[in-house]
Ligand binder design. Structure first.
Ligand code: GDG
Length: 503
């Protein structure tokens, strides 16, 4: 049976586990993240499909079923697994996407690596995703594609299936023409995106940048521009915009540009935060901290996340403020998501060297100023650290949105805790009550952390209240509904009979 909603997302929506020689599909251990919300849309349509990839040594004869049928709490859906060789994955994902696109999307021209890109392989893999989506989609179905590693899918899909409605969401920033046009494949990528019905971004700045890139190369007309809503705290941050282009025209087609910030599952995080287990963990952490203050930083090990710049600021803090020595600890959780990539191995080494230097320079047998954690912390434990933190110090140099800062606010049922947030994270335009900082300025970084540590309780509570309201209002469900609203009734919320709320 063909599907009314097809989600194209490079990862599979479950964990595959082998039990007694049989493969079973299990819900991801932590229901945190966007996958459960995406799956919950399957409860709103007659039938859904998900397209992802899976390693196969011989793609023409994979040792797994290409299409599996899933019946779970979210509804009935199929998952198509594209068999890709490890070489194809390395080429399309680790090389083209992570070494060439990622640095440009985040404004790091100097890290852009063009030489190893194998463009025919990128096209081939994107074509395979488009073919799989075309095979699953019912007449007039909605196909929702995620992220820059699938940039060419819309164009191929439009050729294969002119009838379907295509929406594409960018989880990263989208740069303006000056940066985007560094990519030699710029025109091909833009032409593909302009075949969509909806192109989605986190915030208005990225939508406007997309228009700037498209207009630089193609005859694109601005059809509609709207004032940015007050909820995107218009004046205060580096990523603010006063107006946003919401409709453009290209070759007789209307493309809608939709800016909706990805949110977190505030309900789920609130529940974890309120559990007895978390209370026990929190009590243990507090006991270990004694009267010391906890500064918490969480993120993937990536140059965009600004880990080095943050540790440097922490070193300056301990230098400038001897009174804080022995009184604060920085827990810096930095987890590698992309194993075996030179750029990430280098950052890991630099983080270790700097954390070691700070500990050696200021630490004692009794007190280590930096706890560098490179292993993933289970989410339920992370929530206890969110609760224990006096300050969450989230200072990426560039970040499409940043969900850690929202998780921190969602976990603070006690209404306390200070969020220091880079103004180069998309979330900064929403979270107006965070202490905003510019990670490119030593002065701004150093002042912000000192300000946060000294903040009186009343101010802390006032700011946290406002941030929590914003995180709760624009949660992950709000984002998904907002992105899908362009498609009318087909995927609009109807109380699903089978899907349990993931939001
Ligand atoms: C991309 C964009 C955009 C981290 N360490 C641990 C852990 N995490 C979890 C966090 C959070 C997630 O990873 C990170 O999400 P972010 O949004 O901060 O960043 P990216 O991974 O770069 O995501 C980003 C996002 O897509 C969504 O559109 O916001 O801008 O770059 O959920 O909790 N989770 C656990 N242990 C850890 O140690 N369990």
């Amino acid at each position: 049976m063909p599907s009314n909603l097809v989600i194209v997302y490079h990862r599979q929506p479950y964990e595959e586990v082998e039990i007694d020689g049989k493969i079973e599909f299990r819900e991801n251990r932590s229901p945190n993240g966007i996958v459960p919300t995406l799956k919950s849309f399957f409860g709103r349509v007659d039938k859904g499909a998900w397209i992802a990839w899976k390693h196969a040594d011989d793609p023409s004869n994979p040792d797994f079923e290409r299409v599996v049928e899933i019946d779970d709490q979210y509804g009935h859906y199929t998952v198509s697994r594209l068999p890709l060789t490890p070489e194809q994955v390395t080429s399309f994902y680790h090389v083209s996407s992570k070494e060439a696109f990622w640095p440009i999307l985040h404004g790091f021209k100097e890290r852009y690596n063009y030489d190893p890109v194998d463009w025919p392989t990128f096209r081939e893999v994107n074509w395979a995703f488009a073919e799989a989506a075309a095979a699953e989609a019912a007449e007039g179905a909605v196909v929702w594609i995620h992220d820059y590693n699938l940039w060419l899918v819309p164009g191929y899909l439009r050729t294969l299936r002119p009838d379907v409605k295509i929406s594409f969401f960018h989880h990263t920033p989208f740069p303006n023409a000056d940066l985007f046009n560094v990519l030699p494949w710029r025109k091909e990528i833009l032409e593909s995106l302009l075949t969509c019905d909806v192109v989605g971004f986190h915030i208005p700045r990225y939508a406007n940048n997309f228009v700037s890139a498209a207009r630089s190369l193609l005859e694109v007309e601005t059809l509609k521009r709207e004032k940015v809503s007050a909820e995107f705290s218009a004046e205060t941050t580096a990523l603010s915009e006063q107006s946003v282009v919401t409709e453009i025209g290209y070759q007789g087609r209307v493309v809608r540009l939709q800016a909706s910030p990805v949110g977190v599952d505030a309900g789920y995080i609130g529940k974890v935060a309120a559990s007895d287990e978390t209370a026990e963990r929190l009590a243990r952490i507090r006991q270990q901290m004694r009267d010391r203050r906890l500064i918490l930083s969480v993120g993937r090990t990536d140059y965009t996340k600004g880990g080095i710049e943050q540790l440097q600021s922490f070193e300056r803090l301990l230098e400038a403020r001897p009174d804080l020595r022995g009184k604060v600890r920085l827990m810096h959780v930095s987890v590698a998501a992309n194993a075996n990539m030179t750029a990430y191995e280098e950052i890991q080494r630099d983080l270790e060297a700097l954390a070691g230097k700070i500990n050696g320079r200021f630490g004692s047998f009794d007190w280590q100023p930096v706890a560098l954690i490179s292993r993933p912390v289970p989410f339920t434990e992370l929530v206890a650290y969110y609760q224990a933190a006096d300050v969450a110090w989230i200072t990426p140099l560039a970040d499409g949105m940043n969900l850690v800062c929202k998780e921190f606010c969602a976990a603070r049922g006690d209404g306390d805790g200070v969020l220091v947030l880079s103004e180069f994270a998309g979330a900064a335009v929403e979270l107006a009550s965070a202490v905003h900082t510019n990670p490119f300025s030593h002065k701004s970084m150093d002042t912000a952390i000192q300000y946060a540590l000294a903040m009186p309780e009343e101010e802390r509570r006032g700011r946290m209240k406002a941030n929590r309201e914003s995180v709760r209002r624009r949660d992950v469900r709000f984002w998904a509904d907002d992105q899908m609203q362009a498609f009318g009734d087909e995927v609009q919320p109807r109380e699903p009979a089978t899907a349990k709320s993931a939001a």
